[in-house]
Design a binder for this molecule. Structure first.
Ligand code: FPP
Length: 266
């Protein structure tokens, strides 16, 4: 283990699935997959190659998450802002999405992975919407990992859409303003019914949230790594989980309260 300039530590030993405590597996891990373009550039490749290799990293991480019993894995695959990228890159990502969903559906079925999507899905290409819906339907009965793809996703727009829905319900007398509480908002978000992320990972060295799950990450642990997404693999994932398991989550309480009243802990 080596100390970094910022006082954090980098692990140099391998973390295996066996070293991960079965008692504190995060129920929900969310990942901002970043660095595909820089990974490709460093290798003299086109950005689309970065996305292609990034899609293979998705496969590795879905397997790793399933292996240790993570219940929800949410991947930020395409933001609302990503529509402003060059059209050729947008097309390449959409084509890749369709290809991967179709190619991987049999493996999702074998491993009992359920697919869901959050975001403004109706903005995706008709092909992408169709493949996505087919696989969501095919995998709907699966009981293992739930893989959530955030596509054409913007957290601010998600919150805006929730506000509109709640306002409309109030205007037709479904409930009154005084009845609105946190659960009303949670139910109106795209993530309704999912636990909040326990752990948020961002790859590529960037340390920002980029309009991702702003409401839901109120008490998430953050893990930033310099690894570019296409190089992120099972080992990288286990290292993030291991570090998460060595954090103390206090949810606004003191450390002493946590040790004297275990009801407060996760
Ligand atoms: C961020 O890297 C990555 C994206 C915007 C696209 C992510 C897409 C995939 C991983 C492939 C398809 C996904 C699935 C779920 C099969 P970047 O392009 O912003 O990298 P940069 O910051 O280095 O330019």
């Amino acid at each position: 283990m080596a100390e970094n300039e910022d006082g954090t530590f980098t692990l140099f030993f391998m973390i295996t699935a066996e070293q991960i405590s079965k008692n504190s597996i995060p129920a929900h891990v969310a990942i901002i997959m970043d660095g595909n373009g820089r990974w490709a550039k460093a290798k003299g490749l086109d950005r689309s190659e970065g996305h292609r290799f990034g899609a293979e990293a998705v496969k590795k991480v879905v397997r790793a998450a399933g292996k240790i019993g993570v219940k929800y894995l949410t991947l930020y695959a395409f933001s609302s802002e990503n529509w402003n990228r060059p059209q050729a890159e947008v097309d390449a990502i959409m084509d890749l999405l369709v290809y991967m969903i179709q190619r991987e559906t049999p493996e999702l079925m074998e491993n009992s992975v359920r697919l869901l999507a959050i975001g403004e899905i109706d903005r995706l290409t008709p092909d992408a919407q169709k493949s996505l819906q087919e696989t969501i339907d095919t995998t709907s009965g699966n009981t293992g990992l739930t893989l959530v793809l955030a596509l054409s996703y913007s957290s601010k727009r998600e919150i805006l859409s929730a506000v509109r829905k709640i306002s409309s319900d109030v205007s037709i007398g479904k409930f009154s303003v005084d009845d609105i509480d946190e659960s009303t908002i949670e139910t109106a978000l795209f993530t309704s019914g999912m636990p909040d992320p326990d752990l948020l990972i961002r790859t590529s060295g960037e340390q920002r949230i980029s309009n991702f799950l702003l409401w839901q990450i109120a008490y998430s642990e953050f893990y930033f790594t310099k690894t570019y997404w296409p190089d992120f693999d099972e080992q990288s994932f286990f290292e993030a989980i291991y570090q998460y398991q060595n954090r103390e989550r206090r949810f606004g309480l003191t450390g002493d309260q946590l040790t004297t009243n275990s009801n407060f802990t996760e």
